[in-house]
Design a protein around this ligand. Structure first.
Ligand code: FHN
Length: 421
């Protein structure tokens, strides 16, 4: 009833005051941890295992009967994530396999009914996030590999022996009902993070007007982020980039997606997988993770860095170690990241700049040169110092910018010079 009573006014979407405040806080927070966790974690081969290996859906769904992550400890997760200096968590409430990791009345295929665990892990995580002051975002898959009503053309991807007549309306209603649960049973939610729209052509009508209106009606401050890989749509509050800094398209996901005016977020994996993959030891080094965070900030974007928990509910040791290393770095350099925006000098081979108040932080990530020219036409600099020890840096003010003359060759993972104007 509530749903049918909504006026679908997204076309003229005007974000509420609390939404605008949350957008700002989101941008200030800069760093979040993404969590892909579900039945697929038991297969230990990434979250696409069922699809990639062409596993029969009803057979796959039996994994639920053995899903008992007895070592899951929300308090520990949030503590580890906080120690990384991350300010928010985005967790898969339901991924493409359709299994709901929360207490939903819309389908029995969920952690409370179909698994012996019978604990609402999202509720435990939400309570802990609220207690420890970490924002919580819910990932929500638009596409579903199991439900017969998902595919509007009536063709199912994996399920066999079903009447393949699509019942799109029921699927749409199912999503609305689940979103209503997610936005009423878990306290304040920082964002709903949609994924999977790319499964259909761009002209397909997902009825985002209705979906977004419902979310903003239930929690006006909740940000809507949709990883559809297109330009931002009406009603969205931030723009997502997958495995790419905004404007790049190395991953091939965001071809043609323009950078809009909304807050930006780039998501990336810590190794090569989203969901837990036991053989994937290809963890990025501490240096490249820190540098990716810095580059995201320099490109005016947040970093949402993924961790895939094990099926027993623990975070992989290497992931925890990397998180801790990032936290240690942020303890010293957080001032140059949190609350900043992309700086006046765009990305260069040597690094990026971030800015806050009347300061610009020059992040030298990769340079052997002692002299660095910054194109800052018309800007006159009052002081330049090495951020970490306050030592003055010589500079020559020129009409077209400033030439920094460093005492040593920057060799750190991030050599930061603070300029004041
Ligand atoms: O298919 C998903 C994938 O499993 C993962 O969730 C990523 C995260 O950005 N998004 C999709 C691919 O675009």
């Amino acid at each position: 009833l509530l749903i049918s009573a909504i006026s679908f006014s997204q076309k003229g979407y005007v974000p509420a005051q609390e939404n605008l405040e949350n957008r700002k806080q989101f941008q200030d927070n800069k760093f979040g941890v993404f969590i892909h966790w579900g039945l697929y974690s038991m297969m230990a081969d990434g979250e696409w295992a069922m699809n990639v290996k062409k596993i029969n859906y009803s057979e796959y769904s039996k994994l639920a009967g053995g899903f008992c992550p007895s070592k899951f400890n929300a308090k520990q997760w949030v503590a580890d994530i906080k120690a990384a200096g991350a300010k928010y968590i985005c967790i898969t409430s339901r991924h493409h396999d359709g299994f709901s990791m929360f207490d939903t009345k819309q389908s029995d295929y969920n952690i409370m009914v179909a698994s012996p665990f019978k604990r609402d892990v999202l509720k435990e995580l939400a309570d802990e996030c609220h207690k420890q002051g970490v924002k919580l975002h819910f990932y929500y898959s638009l596409l579903d590999w199991g439900r017969p009503d998902y595919n509007p053309n009536g063709e199912l991807i994996v399920k066999e022996g079903e009447n393949k007549k699509a019942r799109w309306e029921t699927y749409h209603q199912f999503m609305l009902n689940q979103l209503k649960e997610l936005l009423t049973n878990y306290g304040e939610i920082g964002a709903i993070w949609f994924d999977g729209a790319w499964d259909k052509s761009k002209s397909f009508d997902w009825k985002f007007d209705e979906i977004y209106s419902l979310i903003h009606l239930l929690q006006p401050g909740c940000l809507i982020i949709n990883n559809h890989h297109w330009d931002a749509l009406q009603g969205e509050d931030a723009q997502a980039f997958e495995r790419d800094l905004p404007g790049q398209n190395t991953a091939g996901f965001s071809a043609g997606a323009n950078i809009g005016q909304l807050p930006l977020e780039t998501c990336e994996t810590m190794n090569d997988s989203w969901g837990y993959k036991i053989t994937d030891k290809n963890y990025k080094s501490e240096k490249s993770l820190v540098q990716y965070l810095v580059k995201a900030a320099g490109n005016n974007a947040n970093l949402l860095l993924n961790v895939g928990p094990r099926p027993d509910g623990t975070l992989p040791d290497t992931a925890v170690a990397r998180l801790k290393a990032m936290g240690d770095w942020l303890k010293s350099y957080g001032e140059t990241i949190y609350g900043t925006r992309g700086g006046p000098v765009g990305q260069r081979t040597w690094g990026v700049t971030t800015t806050k108040d009347n300061r610009v932080f020059v992040h030298i990530l990769n340079s052997q040169d002692k002299a660095l020219f910054l194109p800052l036409p018309g800007k006159s600099i009052k002081s330049a110092r090495v951020f970490i020890n306050n030592e003055p840096v010589k500079f020559v003010q020129q009409r077209e910018g400033v030439l920094l003359l460093l005492d040593k060759t920057p060799g750190d993972m991030d050599y930061v010079i603070e300029l004041r104007f």
